[in-house]
Design a protein around this ligand. Sequence first.
Ligand SMILES: [Mg+2]
Length: 239
Amino acid sequence: MKNNIRNNLHILFDIDGTLTAYRQHALDRTFHGNFLFPVILDLAEDHGISRHEAERRILETERKIPCWDYPDFLQELELTSSEALVAFREWHRKHLEVYSDTVALVKRFSSDGIPVSVISNNPHQGCLLKLEQCGLADAERDSSCFTHILSTDLLGGCKGDASVWSEALAQLSSNQTVSVMIGDNPQEDGELAVAGGVKLAFILERGQYSVPAACGKVIPVAEAGVIPTYLERCLGIIL
Ligand SMILES: [Mg+2]
């Protein structure tokens, strides 16, 4: 039984606030609430498209494709993915911090042969760019150490929407899967994840949200390094 749980274990990681954080002033410059849209607008201007026209086309694309990914805008503005990747990577290098405790945990699970995935309120390319800063992905090759990247464009919404969780867990192969969530938002990574079928949810106290005391399957932790001990204790498995 215990071996069965270990063999079917699948660990899900949130990205924002869990693996990465925005540096101070990172979100000072946005367009329509998004930090990469100004980068795309700059590139469009370099190609002779007026800022006003580029903004109009971004808004129009958002309207046409509610669950968009960044390539949708590049295509609309006839920008190449290689030039955008250079600019996107520069933004991420400049504006993102990486949490070493969760990155080490991803590497530990991966090297132990336990499948890891991400579930995030970023689109696919946005996830890859952030994971790349953690040394866990290659945005150019579209590759990573994660078996699934459960992004907004794939799931058709954000994990703050309860219905997205059932769709997300359905993607993780069999119904035998014992999924464990690691995030920083007590509501969407904790309550909603557990309601959607996650076996245990660990909520990191990163300072952005007030984290309630342990309640049922939702367990607050000060740092990610203690999670394997909790897994062993709660699920009775040796990692
Ligand atoms: Mg988060």
